[in-house]
Design a protein around this ligand. Sequence first.
Ligand SMILES: Nc1ncnc2c1ncn2[C@@H]1O[C@H](COP(=O)(O)OP(=O)(O)OP(=O)(O)O)[C@@H](O)[C@H]1O
Length: 303
Amino acid sequence: MGVVIEVEGLVKRYGSVEALRGVSFSVLSGEVFGYLGPNGAGKTTTIRVLMGFSRPTSGSARVFGVELYNPGASGVRRRVGYVPGEFEFYGGVSGGRMLDYWCRLVGGCSRGVVRELLEAFPLPLERAVGTYSRGMKQMLALVMAFSHEPDLVVMDEPTTGLDPLARGRVLDFVRSKAREGVTVFFSSHVLSEVQRVADRVGLLRSGVLVALEDVSSLLRKSGKVVKARVSKNLSPDRLAVDGVRVIRSNGELELVVTSGKALESVLRMLLDAGLEDLEVRDATLEEVFMHFYERTSGPGGKG
Ligand SMILES: Nc1ncnc2c1ncn2[C@@H]1O[C@H](COP(=O)(O)OP(=O)(O)OP(=O)(O)O)[C@@H](O)[C@H]1O
């Protein structure tokens, strides 16, 4: 599989703010890559550098082997679709004209592809974009990003402002495009969506990548969540053996258990303490995320 995105030792400073502090990762052809992190972690900064809107302080971010801020990169730029986190359209222009204008700008779109996109994301194309709701504008941005059949689509929080039905359609669409070989890089705060659609995730904290992993192996390594109710008193100190993290111990017990041996001793302790109710399940990406960030102090804070 070819490398589509290659980020190496990326540093970006804004005055005294170090938004990215040496980030490195790569994304392979056909992958769906979820880029996660709390507010201010540096996700948008990474995306802006990737798209060539902002130059790195040091390090590099290459897309199909080139840095997009280079004037000579326009050929590669045409292979990339982009959904920004914040956008403004010319309000007086209809959605249809906007789409036509866009297609001319990127050197043409296939009618069939645009039709398929508008079936997935129906829009009142005859209406002025200024009258569109937040979600409709988001859908127009998505249609535009995919309309010229790019090989890579970069999206900054693409489901913001969409209702659950539209979100589901976006996720299904992303997966279907990935099956066709399109590479997708997207940032998100909605972890259940990332879990559903991404092959791999990068977790960013204060400008540093703290995890880079297949979603399935990240979840496997993150262990089981055990919820239990016992009739006797069981102190959290006794439960906190190697491989066990006590999340909650008032009333219902909630633990994260990361080894088979630890699970065995936890179950034994629960049985001895008069087990009344038990649930054991895989950790969700949300729980993994909380574990990575729970000691983070405020937006972009250092954990
Ligand atoms: N143009 C700028 N000038 C100064 N500081 C900036 C600029 N852009 C971003 N920053 C700072 O860089 C850091 C990373 O911001 P960034 O927008 O990349 O975070 P993010 O992970 O996308 O956050 P969010 O989830 O809130 O969108 C923050 O401390 C932010 O204040």
